[in-house]
Design a binder for this molecule. Structure first.
Ligand SMILES: C[S@@+](CC[C@H](N)C(=O)[O-])C[C@H]1O[C@@H](n2cnc3c(N)ncnc32)[C@H](O)[C@@H]1O
Length: 179
């Protein structure tokens, strides 16, 4: 009986993580060794809202929120994720986070979500992206419709339409920033 339950749970997880609807971009966390560089690239400050579109298990958002807490910043962090299993993980991790009051977990589709609903100030919008390169332009298009000015930090993949503003930080993988 125990084996059967484990089998069913594993099967459900495999189906969720391989579903094109629930996981259109595969889940790979950002490399832990690059997290300090990513946090530096986010340029945390008071009044800023940082979105991780496709937040995965929250490695970036939770570490960045820890840093903001340490520096006593009132930065808001918004983790947007479509996969229900990862949403559950994000909620559990948020429960035990020292800066949880500044962290929002949102189940939604990054291509359609109305990000304005989750910001306190219109200034200082920073978007973190670690998504398949062929989805980058579609995501940027959705962001541009909503914000006049924003910064983007893209892990591993360059964004062609923002090329003029590009700066590169070299870690284990490259981190592209756009001001
Ligand atoms: C490569 S992982 C990056 C995870 C995390 N941002 C990090 O850097 O560790 C991409 C994530 O995007 C999520 N995702 C895929 N399509 C999505 C969509 N349309 N809307 C929101 N999240 C999505 C996946 O479930 C996955 O967790």
């Amino acid at each position: 009986m125990g084996f059967f339950i484990v089998f069913v749970v594993l099967l459900i997880l495999i189906l969720i993580f391989s579903s094109k609807t629930l996981s259109p971009i595969p889940y790979f966390p950002s490399q832990p060794v690059d997290i300090p560089l990513i946090i530096k690239a986010l340029k945390l400050r008071n009044g800023q809202t940082v979105f991780d579109l496709g937040a995965g298990d929250g490695i970036v958002i939770f570490e960045a929120a820890k840093e903001a807490y340490r520096k006593k910043l009132n930065t808001t962090f918004v983790a947007v994720e479509i996969n229900p299993v990862l949403i559950l993980v994000l909620h559990l991790r948020r429960l035990f986070h020292p800066n949880r009051k500044n962290i929002k977990i949102v189940m939604g589709d990054m291509f359609k979500i109305y990000l304005m609903n989750f910001i306190n100030f219109k200034n200082f919008i920073t978007i973190y992206l670690y998504i398949s390169p062929w989805f980058l332009e579609k995501t940027i298009y959705n962001i541009k419709k909503q914000f006049e000015t924003f910064r983007v930090v893209s892990y591993m993949y360059s964004i062609k339409s923002l090329k003029k503003k590009e700066k590169i930080i070299r870690g284990k993988n490259r981190i592209f920033t756009y001001n």
